[in-house]
Design a protein around this ligand. Structure first.
Ligand code: GCO
Ligand code: MG
Length: 398
C-alpha cells in the first residue's frame, strides 16, 4: 500500500495574485501529486488548515482511496462547506487524482472516462475605459485566434469616474450600480456592431446590480445573443433566478462563489441557469466537480469552470482534464498565464487558435519548480478591491 507521507501547502505569487498549491508526497520514492487550493484572499488561512488540521489527519492513509479521503476530510472538522477548508481539501483531492494517474500511467481525463473532444475552447478577457477601447482589446484577442471574449468596461461594476460621493465618503472601491447598468448596455451594443458576428461575447455582472436591475439588463441584452451573462445575482439572491428565467432567454452562468450543493442544486434541477461556473477548488476539487458536471448534464446544463488569474496553473490543468472528459463541456475561462508561470509550472497547457490542449503526461501533467516558487513569496496585503461600496458609502458585495 502506498501511503501519504507528507502534505505541504506551497504559497507563491508569480504575478499579482497569490496562489496556493498542495504537494502530497508518498511512501513510494519520487511519487507525489499536486493540487490547487487557491483562495487568493485567504491563502494563509488555507495553509494553516492544511498544516494544522488536514496533514496530521491524512498521514499514513492509502493514496488510492480518493473518495473515502475526500468524504472524511469534509466531515472531519464537523462544520463544513466553507471556502477555506474546501480549498484545503481540494488541494489534497487533486493531488490524489494526480498520483492515481501517475500510478496508472494515464492522464487524469482517461481515468474520468477518456476524451470527448480534441481540445477545450477558451474565453479570454477584454477590458477598457470606454466602448471603443474594449472593442480594440477584443479585436486583438480575435486576431490571436480566440472566438469567445468576455467584455468588461472598468472591471466589475463599471468605472468609478462618474460616481458622486458625499464629502465624508470613507476609502473604498466605489461603484454605482445604476450607471454601471446603463454603461454596460451601451458597451455591448458597440461591441456587437464592431466585432464580427461569429465572435461570442460574454459579460460578468459580478453581483454588482440590484436584483431587479439584473433582470432588466438580461432582458435588454437578449437582442445581442450573448454567449452567457455571468453572476447576475449574488449567491444570497439566487431566489431571483426564476424571475429572470421567466422573462428572457439570455444564457446565464453562475457558480464561482458557490461552496456546496445547496447553492447549485435547485439552479440545476429547475434549469434556472445554462452554465455551472464553480471555482473547482472552492467546492473541494475534482471529486465533487465531476459529480456536478454529470448532474448538470442530466438537465442540459454545460460546464464553464472558473479560471481567472486566481486559479493556479495546477488548477487550470485540473480544469482541462475535466473539460477533456465532460460530455457537457461548455467553455473554459483562460487568464493567458505569464511566461514566468510557464517556467514555474512545467507542463502548464498551452493555448492555440482559441483552444487549450492537454500534454497527455500521466496524472494532471504539471509540475512545480519549488525553488522558483519560493522566490515569489505571497505578500500580506489587505485586499482593497473587495472593500466595495455604493456611492453613499454602503458596503456592497464585491
Ligand atoms: C471571473 C471572476 C474573477 C473574480 C476573482 C475573485 O469571472 O473570472 O469573477 O475575476 O473576481 O476570481 O478573486
Ligand atoms: Mg466571475
Amino acid at each position: 500500500m502506498v501511503e501519504i507521507a507528507d502534505v505541504q501547502a506551497i504559497l507563491t505569487q508569480p504575478a499579482a495574485v497569490r496562489l496556493v498549491v498542495v504537494k502530497v508526497s508518498t511512501t513510494e520514492p519520487g511519487l507525489f501529486g499536486l493540487g490547487c487550493a487557491t483562495f487568493t484572499q485567504r491563502p494563509f488561512a488555507v495553509r494553516a488548515a492544511i498544516s494544522h488540521h488536514l496533514a496530521p489527519f491524512l498521514l499514513g492513509r492509502d493514496v488510492e482511496r480518493i473518495q473515502e479521503i475526500w468524504q472524511m476530510s469534509m466531515n472531519h472538522g464537523y462544520w463544513r462547506n466553507g471556502p477555506v477548508l474546501n480549498n484545503a481539501v481540494s488541494g489534497v483531492d487533486q493531488a490524489l487524482w494526480d498520483i492515481k494517474g501517475k500510478q496508472a500511467g494515464m492522464p487524469v481525463y482517461q481515468l474520468l472516462g477518456g476524451r470527448t473532444r480534441e481540445a477545450a475552447a477558451l474565453y479570454v478577457h477584454a477590458d477598457g475605459r470606454d466602448p471603443s477601447e474594449v472593442a480594440d482589446r477584443a479585436q486583438a484577442l480575435v486576431e490571436d485566434g480566440y472566438r469567445h471574449v468576455r467584455v468588461q468596461m472598468g472591471g466589475y461594476g463599471g468605472s468609478q469616474d462618474e460616481t458622486r460621493l458625499p464629502p465624508t465618503a470613507p476609502p473604498g472601491n466605489y461603484y454605482d450600480p445604476r450607471s454601471y447598468g446603463r454603461a454596460v448596455l451601451k458597451m455591448i451594443d458597440h461591441l456587437r456592431n464592431v466585432v464580427e458576428e461569429g465572435v461570442e461575447l460574454l459579460h460578468d455582472v459580478h453581483e454588482r446590480l440590484h436584483p431587479i436591475d439584473a433582470v432588466q439588463l438580461a432582458k435588454d441584452l437578449e437582442q445581442y445573443r450573448l454567449f452567457f451573462l455571468e453572476d447576475p445575482f449574488a449567491p444570497e439572491d439566487i431566489g431571483w433566478f426564476p424571475t429572470i428565467r421567466r422573462q428572457c432567454s439570455t444564457p446565464l452562468a453562475m457558480g464561482e462563489l458557490f461552496n456546496n450543493p445547496n447553492e447549485w442544486r435547485r439552479l440545476i434541477t429547475d434549469r434556472l441557469i445554462d452554465f455551472v461556473r464553480m471555482h473547482v477548488s472552492q467546492i473541494g476539487g475534482i471529486t465533487p466537480a465531476r459529480k456536478v458536471a454529470s448532474f448538470a448534464e442530466m438537465f442540459g446544463i454545460r460546464t464553464a469552470w472558473h479560471g481567472p488569474h486566481d486559479t493556479s496553473p495546477v488548477g487550470h490543468a485540473a480544469n482541462l482534464h475535466l473539460n477533456m472528459w465532460a460530455p457537457n463541456f461548455g467553455i473554459q475561462e483562460w487568464p493567458q498565464p505569464s511566461e514566468l508561470e510557464y517556467e514555474m509550472f512545467p507542463g502548464l497547457p498551452r493555448a492555440g487558435g482559441g483552444y487549450l490542449y492537454p500534454n497527455d503526461s500521466p496524472g494532471l501533467g504539471i509540475d512545480i519548480d519549488e525553488k522558483l516558487a519560493a522566490r515569489f513569496r505571497c505578500d500580506e496585503r489587505v485586499e482593497q478591491w473587495t472593500q466595495t461600496r455604493l456611492p453613499d458609502g454602503t458596503p456592497a458585495r464585491p
